[in-house]
Design a protein around this ligand. Structure first.
Ligand SMILES: [Zn+2]
Length: 253
């Protein structure tokens, strides 16, 4: 089985001590590619180094909405430059998170617009975080022809309708295994098969039966299994479909 974790954070300090063994375990679990997403400007180089050190790791360059206040003018120049790196597959993590507002909504919007413009200019996909911010996401990303991946899609029906019309991709995380994720399990059956991805968002959101532990790319398997049960499809076929979707969007070798 060929599985791809389309969104995680290997530069997180929770992996500092044992990254080589985390990646080895992922390999043994059939994870052939791992797409890691930058979140903070100060760690851009760390993300790049990880992708350079491990053949199966590719990266998104971006600024998480929580960290939007840390973006400076040079951050955007650096992101633009890194888009030319052979292992950079897009802009991410970007988005809007009005649940915590760790950066003000105005700053979040400004940073999202800047990074989305870069993605647009270079025709690169965007890995987008949406939390309690659907209207502004639709306003900001609705007009241009970006390739959008809704990272850790939460099951929102409002977003589903827009995103389907807009040809977005939906990346399903371990949340789908959570007891309270009824909306997500329902919405997922309405996503076109050629728009499906899976991810861990590691070190966060570990799927059942690992819930509460540090998440890692190997655990993508649990999400794949849960998704195949919900869609009533064969795990092997589903993983092949998702593999094809991912490789073709990002142009992976
Ligand atoms: Zn993330």
């Amino acid at each position: 089985m060929k599985i791809i974790d389309t969104h995680c954070h290997l530069d997180d300090e929770k992996f500092d001590e044992d990254l080589p063994s985390v990646l080895q375990k992922a390999k043994e679990a059939g994870i052939v590619y791992i797409l890691t997403a930058a979140t903070e400007p100060q760690f851009f180089q760390k993300v790049v180094n990880i992708a350079q050190n491990y053949e199966q790791v590719y990266f998104f360059i971006g600024v998480h909405p929580h960290d939007a206040k840390k973006a400076e003018e040079k951050t955007f120049l650096e992101a633009e430059k890194l888009l030319h790196h052979p292992k950079c597959i897009g802009i991410g993590e970007v988005g809007l998170d009005y649940h915590y507002n760790l950066s003000s909504p105005d700053i979040q919007k400004k940073v999202l617009k800047r990074l989305a413009d870069i993605a647009y200019n270079y025709k690169k996909p965007l890995s987008v975080h949406v939390r309690e911010s659907e209207d502004d996401i639709i306003k900001i990303l609705g007009r241009k022809d970006y390739k959008i991946i809704l990272h850790s899609y939460n099951g929102s029906k409002y977003l589903l309708d827009w995103a389907k019309e807009r040809d977005c991709y939906f990346s399903i995380s371990g949340m789908i295994t959570f007891k309270n994720a009824k909306d997500l399990r329902e919405s997922v059956t309405k996503i076109p098969m050629d728009k499906l991805f899976i991810e861990t968002d590691a070190p966060y959101l570990a799927p059942v039966p690992m819930r509460g532990k540090r998440n890692e790319p190997a655990f993508t398997r649990y999400t794949l299994k849960a998704l195949s049960d919900i869609l009533n499809t064969d795990e092997e076929n589903l993983s092949q479909t998702i593999y094809n979707n991912t490789v073709s969007l990002f142009g992976l070798p």
